[in-house]
Design a protein around this ligand. Structure first.
Ligand code: NDP
Length: 283
């Protein structure tokens, strides 16, 4: 045999502590539903082995892979290039084979945007975003690339918040400001979109965002990155104030959809993927 020939096309997921990753069930459900002879495999990769793992995946003909913490930034020197938003963020969670090159993309923010756009076009809109970590950075950059008019980052740590605001101003010329989060924050009048990009609420349905609830006005679109529980206290409060509420599970499904589109070129069935994810997560 002159070259290894797989029965299936392979896509991977490189992470640490990835056992039981529910994304596997979601992506493989899409492959099966569309009759694709593809497999999505979890691979436990240590930081020391990341470079050889990427070269190995390339040598073995992998069509790409997802990578999660702690590899999102350190994977970059091992790749051949970056997509637009990944280059701005400086973080990659999805690698795609294009010809003989491995190109790094970031699907977190794109997944969020896909969910958001079912309710509102962010172009020209004013946004309040709680958080300045990896998820918030991905969301803020995609919003900037989509033409958002103004973004207010509300974050507990001033340093992390200032870094994100500087990135948005310098790289995207965005009208961005930082509010250091102390006490209950009042969403300014005229805000169109309010997003929780923090980890507040993960596995805790009672967790409260420090927020003046009456500043949430009817017609605002309110979104959460938290996917478990699907319905957070923040979303319930927002809905009770007449806001349109968007859950984080849709973002998770959509980032999977964008990945499958990148790797296979087909647009997979969203319902099939969401059901597989819900089942894998016992939701
Ligand atoms: P990071 O650790 O990078 O960032 C966490 C953010 O939450 C920071 O802004 C941090 O503020 C803030 N935060 C945490 N606890 C508190 C608190 N008690 N009070 C105020 N602020 C707080 O995490 P990520 O950005 O990677 O992930 C954030 C959440 O997004 C996670 O729950 C993750 O599961 C979810 N996520 C969901 C995705 C989806 O597809 N739905 C995709 C990716 C992530 P500070 O800077 O002050 O520490």
């Amino acid at each position: 045999m002159s070259a290894a020939k797989f029965l299936h096309e392979l896509v991977g997921s490189m992470s640490q502590g990835a056992a039981g990753n529910p994304t596997v069930a979601m992506i493989e459900a899409a492959f099966a539903h569309h009759g694709l002879h593809w497999r999505y495999v979890n691979m436990e990769v240590t930081p020391e082995d990341l470079g050889v793992a990427v070269r190995g995946a390339k040598a073995m003909g992998f069509r790409g892979f997802n990578c999660s913490l702690p590899h999102k930034v350190t994977v970059i020197p091992h790749l051949d290039g970056l997509g637009e938003s990944a280059a701005v963020m400086g973080a990659v969670n999805c690698v795609v084979r294009r010809g003989d090159q491995f190109i790094g993309e970031n699907t977190d923010g794109k997944g969020f945007l896909k969910s958001l756009e079912t309710e509102i076009d962010p172009k020209g809109k004013s946004v309040v975003l709680f958080g300045a970590g990896g998820a918030s950075r991905a969301i803020a950059v995609e919003l900037g690339l989509a033409g958002t008019k103004r973004i207010t980052i509300v974050n507990r740590s001033e340093k992390r918040g200032a870094e994100l605001v500087t990135l948005l101003r310098d790289k995207l010329k965005l009208d961005a400001e930082l509010v250091v989060w102390q006490g209950d924050y009042a969403v300014p009048t005229g805000t169109d979109i309010v997003i929780n990009g923090t980890s507040i609420g993960l596995y805790d349905a009672k967790a409260r965002l420090d927020l003046v609830l009456d500043s949430l006005k009817s017609g605002m679109v309110v979104a959460d990155v938290i996917f478990n529980p699907v319905r957070t206290r923040f979303l319930d409060d927002a809905a009770a104030h007449g806001c349109v509420a968007i859950d984080g599970l849709g973002m998770l499904v959509n980032q999977g959809i964008v990945g499958v589109e990148y790797w296979t070129g087909i647009t997979p069935d969203a319902d099939v993927m969401r059901k597989a994810l819900e089942s894998a997560m016992d939701l």
